[in-house]
Structures are given as structure tokens and as C-alpha cells.
Write a protein that binds this ligand. Sequence first.
Ligand code: SAH
Length: 257
Amino acid sequence: MSLVKPKKVLGQHFLTDQNIARKIVDSLGSEVPDILEIGPGMGVLTQYLLQRSELNVHVIEIDRESVEYLQQHFPTLQHIWSEDFLKADIAARFSGKFNVIGNFPYNISSQIFFRVLALRNRIPETVGMVQKEVAERIAASHGSKVYGILSVLLQAFFDIEYLFTVSEGVFNPPPKVKSAVIRLKRNNVEALPCDEDFFVQVVKAAFNQRRKMLRNSLKDFCDSLPAEFAEKRPEQLSVGDFISLTCQIENLKKNKA
Ligand code: SAH
């Protein structure tokens, strides 16, 4: 384990607790054989993924030294992509559906979730370790102070479970923050009843001024917001409310035109 020096800039915090590594891998269902691990580092999760013979394991790792380490230590690991996850055309690499797992590099965890969201019809399940606050935010319900853009957009298409908290001490080097493991499972919503790009714009505009009432933060979209929403703040709206609000604004616009 001491062969590779952690590189701070890559968000390298290697998990050293085997029980937690196993628990993370055990949290993943097995309905889909193809699995992509993001940022395997020295393979603490990979080793348990490889033990599951029903899985077809692929890993993507940006750090060359880690890639060399994986090549040397895991001869049965056939699909190692020495690349930046954010730049790779992941969907083109798999013929069908695939799941995602990883102790994610925390500096890019939101970007990872936005990519999972974009590829939601290809990715039935994601199990990820992230900064605890990020996990809380993604899993938060309306009414919570940490409910925000990522919560609404992800919950519109995924069932989200906060699985367990992980303390700083089980990493080398220890991060400054606690971590948590969450699971996202694609729900059965195929399409929203409103335009999806417009839904994203409404959610973003509402939370970008989260202290303001919606009639102010959304005034560029609609000058007279439906009364049930006008004096609310974004954290008071459930995911269903946001969808309904977007549909209503769309209808108001259509009627005006
Ligand atoms: N899974 C390992 C390492 C976690 S640290 C463990 O649990 O011990 C995060 C890992 O993500 C590091 O190995 C880092 O090199 C890698 N990484 C960081 N940015 C990345 C990116 N953009 N694409 C792919 N891998 C990345």
C-alpha cells in the first residue's frame, strides 16, 4: 500500500479498512453484469468486485501510477482505462446497461452525479462514497436546509438511499471531512410531463436565490406565478411540486402565446 504516494490534487484518499470496502461492494446489486469503477486507486474496492464472478469489471483511473499498480497486482482485471472520467465517452464503451461504483474523488463528485443523471437510462444503479455533506444533500427531502439542485434533479429519476457514514480515520491520508456511502437506483419515471431542460432551468433558478420567494427568483420565467407557489421558497417544494410548477409555467406561457 505504501508504494504509491497519494496525490492531493487528484482527491486521493485511499480506503484502508477492508470491512468497509467489502460492505461498499456488497451494497451493489447484480442485475447488470457490466460495472464501472471510477477512481480505483490501488484497488481496495476492485479486489472485491473481482471476487464476484457475475460481474464484468471495468475501471477508469486518471493517475498513471495507480494504473501501473493495478496492472501489476490484478492480472485478471481486463478493462483498465487510463483516463479522466469526466472526459471519457463512457456510454460508447458499453453495449448496454452498466452500473457505477467508487470511492469517488471528492472534488469531482457533483460532476460525476450530473454525468450519471445524463446517462440515467444506461445506469440502473450507482453506489458511491462521497463527502458526507454531499451524500446528505443528495438524499435530502424538501424542508431540509441542505435540499438543493442535485437533490431535486437526481430524485426526479432515482431512488436514493443514504447507506452509512464513514469516519476520516479509515483513509490514508485521512480527509478533513467525514464520508458517506449512498446508493442511487433508477426509478420508473421514464419522462417528465414537462420539458426536462426547462425543469432543470427552473430548479436551478429557484435554488440560485434560495432565500427569495419563488415569485422573485422565477420572475424571468413567469410574471405571475401560480398562487400556491408564489410565496414559497425552493426548499419547501417537493420534487413533485417542482415538476408541477414547471408544467404550470409552461401552460401559462402557451396560453399567452
Ligand atoms: N478507490 C480507491 C481510491 C479512492 S481516491 C480507494 O478507495 O482507496 C480517488 C481516486 O480517483 C484516486 O485514485 C484518483 O487518482 C482517482 N481520480 C481522481 N480524479 C479522477 C478522474 N477525473 N477520473 C478518474 N479517476 C480519477
